[in-house]
Design a protein around this ligand. Structure first.
Ligand code: NAP
Length: 248
């Protein structure tokens, strides 16, 4: 199994769902963890407690990743408190699903602000640190709908496609500094985000998945662990689907 002892990871959206599982997996592999959340702090407090029980250094931070200044200040604070940062997982994300006909400008702006600009803000905040240290891992949570599109998700799909373009661009910028930048494209994963789907949409999605089951958060965390590890040192600018074959 992979080893992350002595590394520090920032996981945005680490309070619940996929981000929480990635944080727990990284801690199992020995990493110190800073999780970032923005809702009420209950989930974040529980995850921080679970991380500390694994014997690593861990802390949770409330920050809106859509806020440029707040993201920069947050990363400075985490570097000060943890010493340095080796891994950034840009996982925070929201949905405001509806057909474009009924999509409000605010639905579009909110999703782009958190899902896409949030990735820019946090990446920009670690960029100089990683560049100077000549190492680093950035793992961006895209989605298969960023590859395929999806009716009712024009805002979300655009944000996730944008992440893919940003991933490849930053991978090109930072490759010579030994910093890898990759994207994970999950399919249909069981979390609070998909629990909110209408039953009909859920049935249709399940029917279309060749493996005939939803993914589990562990399925994503396993790949995130590999991409953060030394074993993945020569993989960059890649987008890897974890979707039971849905988008092939
Ligand atoms: P989730 O259960 O809804 O969790 C979302 C996380 O993002 C929470 O930790 C939340 O913090 C955090 N967050 C939301 N807005 C934020 C903001 N403005 N600033 C900082 N943190 C914020 O989502 P999930 O299903 O685990 O999804 C995680 C990522 O995977 C997302 O980027 C999502 O788009 C992507 N994804 C998910 C699926 C799926 O099937 N679930 C499929 C493809 C891609 P609080 O707890 O504080 O609210």
């Amino acid at each position: 199994m992979f080893e992350l002892t002595g590394k520090t990871a920032i996981v945005t959206g680490g309070s619940r769902g996929i981000g929480r599982e990635i944080a727990l997996k990284y801690a199992d592999l020995g990493a110190n963890i800073a999780i970032v959340h923005y809702g009420d702090g209950e989930n974040a407090a529980q995850t921080e407690k679970d991380l500390l029980e694994k014997g690593v250094k861990a802390a949770s931070y409330e920050c809106n990743v859509a806020d440029f200044e707040a993201s920069a200040a947050l990363v400075d604070k985490i570097i000060e408190e943890f010493g340095e940062v080796h891994i950034l997982v840009n996982n925070a994300g929201i949905v405001r699903d509806t057909l474009m006909l009924s999509m409000k400008e605010s639905d579009f702006d909110a999703v782009i602000a958190v899902n896409l600009k949030g990735v820019f803000n946090m990446t920009k905040a670690v960029y100089r640190h990683f560049k100077q240290k000549r190492r680093g891992r950035i793992i961006n949570m895209s989605s298969i709908v960023g590859l395929t599109g999806n009716a009712g998700q024009s805002n979300y799909s655009a944000s996730k496609a944008g992440i893919i373009g940003m991933t490849k661009s930053v991978a090109k910028e930072l490759g010579s500094r030994n910093v890898t930048v990759n994207a994970i494209a999950p399919g249909f994963i069981k979390t609070e985000m998909t629990d909110g789907m209408p039953e009909k949409a859920r049935e249709a999605a399940l029917a279309a998945i060749p493996m005939k089951r939803m993914g589990q958060v562990e399925d994503i965390a396993n790949l995130a662990a590999f991409l953060a590890s030394d074993e993945a040192a020569y993989i960059t600018g890649e987008v890897i689907r974890v979707d039971g074959g849905l988008a092939m």
